[in-house]
Design a protein around this ligand. Sequence first.
Ligand code: SF4
Length: 278
Amino acid sequence: MDMKDNKTGASSKRIRHIIALSGGKDSSALAVYLRGKIPNVEYVFCDTGEELKETYEFIAKIENYLNISVTKLRSIKNFKYYLDLYNGVLPDARTRWCTRMLKLKPFEEYIGDDPVINYVGIRADELHREGYISTKSNVKTVFPFVEDNIRREDVLRILQESGLGLPRYYEWRSRSGCYFCFFQQKREWVGLLENHPDLFEKAKAYEKFDPITGERYTWNQDESLDELSRSERIAEIKAEYEERKYRQAKAFKSHQKLQDIWGAEDFEDDVACTICRL
Ligand code: SF4
């Protein structure tokens, strides 16, 4: 990428190299994998202000392990501000205003008009995944794991060998991102309830019902968090999850060990935004 300085039209601007960490396993493994290979890397974390404390802990662990400083990028306006702006309509997989306003916008403001190479941790075994490809002409996105045929098992090995391991939330959740992320599976909502009841209540408080129009603004289209948190429903969700895990373990025998670690959902197509999820 060779860009002329807009002001002088003479010299090329220095290319910036950026790895955006999400607090998830793939971007973390990418940072470890690229250690020492790229000069002057800038590490950033797009912080929505609605992250799990385990995510912050893991980011701090990476900083310590790599001896780096991760720049936390935050929107000036918070989630509640944008929720009000969108008339209380919660974000969903179609609109994703949360990603645009709380992650992508601060990221694009941070890089400005500088020429940037953005390193993204999409793996060779998930080419179907949607990535953050900036429409800005000054950003070039590259996929080192795809280029080097790094797959899920390699990512696990990289993290294990580094001693970083996995973020603690992987015990009950298969993705990084906001505690209320609408991409969560039902069993992950149950995990949130059991591990962070306070955050579950906060997520619940964002749901609204209009008694006049009958309109429901809920994180899940088919049930509210209040409905989901009833004991009989929790038992049902857990039973469905075990059943699905059993079926998938049979279908993916060679991956059974990984399934035990990550949970069955991690083997399903994932449509979540990579800037949040990787
Ligand atoms: S993690 Fe989920 S809720 Fe948070 S910004 Fe990303 S898509 Fe939106």
